[in-house]
Design a protein around this ligand. Structure first.
Ligand code: CA
Length: 224
């Protein structure tokens, strides 16, 4: 069972896809516009995104572009009109994505979704990578060094651990509890503001815009 986000403004298509996914045991959520779809996709709650191109507010190409530039690696299956397939293929230079030309048969869409979910479920290579790179930030787990745009940063052990969990989950909202758990383990006072303090330290070093505050929830790493 997967959490699947459908960003599609044509209600008939959205409900057809949602119904089919539910029948296959998945949990679909539908959003009908580009900006809302992007926000939802960045929440980190979904395993896969089914994305229409022609959308109000922001088109599917822009949504995909912003999603990738904020570091999200979630698999995306793009829905496109048959006469724009050439444009679509050209836009999907990122090999992680796939497309379906409209009109499509549900069985075809499901085959693509299954394939994408399987690829995404493969053992998470990222968790074992020695050098993590997101945007201009590079973190080397062997030397425990972090650089931004090639400039080495001087990080404390806590700051390094914090940078590491952010870089393992780019574009996703991490709660204070998740950050506490990864960086401080059980050795902390849950009532303290230690996470906020250390996020502040890290922000000063990696750049203020790199870590966004998500009010009432936590933080999201999104380097330029
Ligand atoms: Ca549309």
């Amino acid at each position: 069972m997967a959490q699947i986000l459908i960003v599609e403004d044509e209600e008939r298509i959205a409900s057809f896809v949602a119904k089919g996914l539910r029948a296959e045991g998945h949990r679909p959520t539908v959003v009908g516009d580009g900006p809302g779809g992007l926000d939802e996709a960045l929440s980190g709650r979904y395993d896969l995104l089914v994305l229409d191109i022609g959308l109000p507010g922001m088109d599917g190409f822009e949504v995909l572009d912003q999603l990738r530039s904020q570091g999200s690696r979630m698999p995306v299956v793009v829905l496109t009109a048959r006469d724009s397939v050439t444009d679509t293929v050209a836009a999907l230079d990122n090999g992680a994505d796939d497309y379906m030309a409209k009109p499509f048969r549900f069985a075809e869409l499901m085959a693509r979704i299954r394939l994408r979910l399987r690829t995404a479920e493969a053992p998470d290579a990222r968790a074992h990578e020695e050098v993590l790179r997101v945007g201009g930030v590079e973190l080397d787990r062997r030397t425990r060094r972090v650089s931004v745009g090639g400039t080495q940063l001087d990080l404390s052990a806590r700051e390094f651990a914090l940078a590491e969990i952010f870089m393992l989950n780019p574009g996703q909202v991490l709660t204070r509890e998740q950050l506490l758990d990864h960086v401080w383990g059980y050795d902390f006072d849950p009532g303290s503001n230690v996470v906020d303090v250390y996020v502040g330290y890290l922000r000063r070093k990696v750049g203020a815009d790199t870590i966004a505050t998500v009010r009432g929830v936590g933080y999201r790493f999104r380097p330029a």
